[in-house]
Design a protein around this ligand. Structure first.
Ligand SMILES: Cc1cc2nc3c(=O)[nH]c(=O)nc-3n(C[C@H](O)[C@H](O)[C@H](O)COP(=O)(O)OP(=O)(O)OC[C@H]3O[C@@H](n4cnc5c(N)ncnc54)[C@H](O)[C@@H]3O)c2cc1C
Length: 451
């Protein structure tokens, strides 16, 4: 028997996507209304699951006609509150946009739907003996559309750059319901600025991305990793010039002792190096078409560390991938994803340590060393959340860093964006937003500070 849908917008959406794909009941909406951290939540007017680009266009048009705001949601693994409703928006989930084209072996590119997970994309690439360059712990759930919209980074940025460097073009639906398609994948084109470039990192505020044309990279079958313990964080930073000279360098990850400890405790394993033996641990990964073991061993030979081959390398990656999960299992932290010029990391770490000591909070820091990108997690800051955020982000900006290296601004950091970018940049971004979305229906409250 057909459900009675009393909301005229929901009823219009049912006409577009079918009754099974418009979720109005509170219990079925619930998982779409809370973020991965369990920190951000709000009520959705309804959740809609379009299955094609044309359905997305019709959904956006209907929302526009009803003056209803849209929060586009991919895997909902974002950590800054941008993928869940604040109150009354329509959640448009991309879960059914799972187009997975065959790899274009001539161009080393592939076209996939926005709702395809990073893991499924990697699998598709590997069927053609290629690989997708961007990788991180949430790969099984995070989607291509989410990665595009947050300009996701992860562990291989040192070699291949962020998501921005992988995007050859996008298909997207604008706020008026028009479809813009830029999936040709031409590596050279100078016919004016590209809308696709602008949409990367726009956090669902400029368009609903429905598909992406992505660059693929070689799939390296030979790998070697090492975990190195350093007496100071400055010593860890000092490893970078030598590591960068390795042609097979694929990742340089930083684990401060507490991060190594919580991840290993969560996995129920003994840390590969005793936690108390170093002030900072560096996880180095090399990948190549030949065995890179000797190359890596030559650089780490004189350092306190362990080489990790085969299953031990997998174990190191499991540890690295589980830090965020392990922290989430302990509690909801104050989480700040920032980057500073890499030589200033020790200064930032000292500040975080002193703030944690002052508040009796637990600080767990890890990240991507080569980019000076650390994830600062503070557990037990009590009511000092806003004050601590202010102190750390202000210091990061003073150091010439950024308040978001890979997670985005979401709703968590809008108040600091103008200080980072300056008023003229914010005015220009606002003008772009107004031109593309005059009603302000795409993810309001995210990215740009309220006027
Ligand atoms: C355990 C864990 C580890 C993580 N590690 C990393 C890491 O190393 N590097 C990193 O970069 N991130 C990391 N993240 C954060 C997160 O996985 C990324 O931000 C990811 O890109 C989000 O993808 P998603 O599909 O889950 O997007 P969502 O969380 O659903 O959405 C994120 C933002 O993108 C927008 N959006 C999503 N899809 C679309 C679309 N099709 N069109 C328009 N807008 C859209 C949303 O509105 C929202 O603003 C981690 C998260 C977890 C939980």
């Amino acid at each position: 028997m057909a459900r009675v849908v009393s909301d005229p917008l929901a009823s219009a959406l049912v006409d577009i996507v079918g009754e099974a794909h418009v979720l109005v009941d509170a219990d079925v909406r619930a998982t779409y209304e809370t973020d991965w951290l369990g920190k951000y939540h709000g009520t959705a007017r309804c959740v809609v699951r379009p299955g094609t680009t044309l359905e997305v266009a019709a959904v956006v048009r209907a929302c526009s006609q009803h003056g209803a705001a849209i929060v586009t949601q991919g895997g909902n693994t974002g950590l800054v509150g941008g993928s869940v409703p604040r109150g009354g928006e329509v959640v448009l989930t991309t879960s059914r946009l799972r187009r997975l084209d065959p790899v274009d072996a001539m161009a080393h590119q592939v076209t996939v739907g926005a709702g395809v997970t990073i893991e499924a994309l990697q699998h598709q690439a590997r069927l053609a003996h290629l690989d997708f360059a961007v990788d991180w712990g949430a790969r099984a759930t995070a989607t291509v559309g989410g990665a595009v919209n947050t300009n996701a980074g992860g562990s291989r940025v040192v070699r291949f750059g962020t998501m921005r460097s992988q995007v050859m073009g996008l298909e997207m639906v604008l706020a008026d319901g028009s479809v813009v398609s830029d999936l040709g994948g031409l590596p050279k084109e100078t016919a004016g600025p590209r809308l696709s470039n602008l949409v990367v990192g726009s956090e669902g505020t400029l368009a609903v991305v429905t598909a992406a044309r992505l660059r693929l990279v070689p799939w390296y079958r030979h790998t070697a990793a090492a975990l190195v313990g350093c007496a100071t964080l400055a010593d860890a930073v000092a490893l970078l010039p030598a590591l960068r000279s390795l042609p097979s360098l694929d990742a340089v990850e930083l684990l401060m002792p507490e991060a190594l400890a919580v991840a290993c405790a969560h996995l129920g394993i003994t840390p590969p190096l005793a936690v108390g033996t170093a002030a900072a641990f560096v996880m180095i990964d090399c990948a190549a078409h030949h065995d890179p073991t000797d190359e890596l061993a030559a650089v780490v030979a004189d350092l306190a560390g362990v080489m990790a081959l085969g299953p031990q390398r997998e174990l190191l990656f499991r540890i690295r991938d589980h830090v965020t999960i392990a922290i989430g299992a302990i509690g909801t932290p104050l989480k700040l994803d920032v980057a500073v010029p890499v030589q200033r990391l020790p200064e930032l770490d000292a500040l975080v340590t002193s703030i944690a000591a002052e508040l009796g909070a637990r600080s767990i820091v890890f990240g991507h060393l080569a980019e000076g990108n650390v994830h600062i997690n503070l557990l037990g800051v009590g009511t000092s959340d806003a004050d601590v955020t202010e102190r750390i982000l202000a210091a990061v900006i003073d150091m010439g860093g950024t308040i978001s290296a890979e997670h985005g601004i979401g709703v968590a950091k809008t108040a600091w964006l103008e200080r980072l970018k300056g008023a003229p940049t914010i005015a220009a971004l606002r003008a772009v937003k107004t031109a593309l979305d005059p009603q302000g229906i795409l993810n309001p409250g995210v990215l740009l500070p309220p006027t």
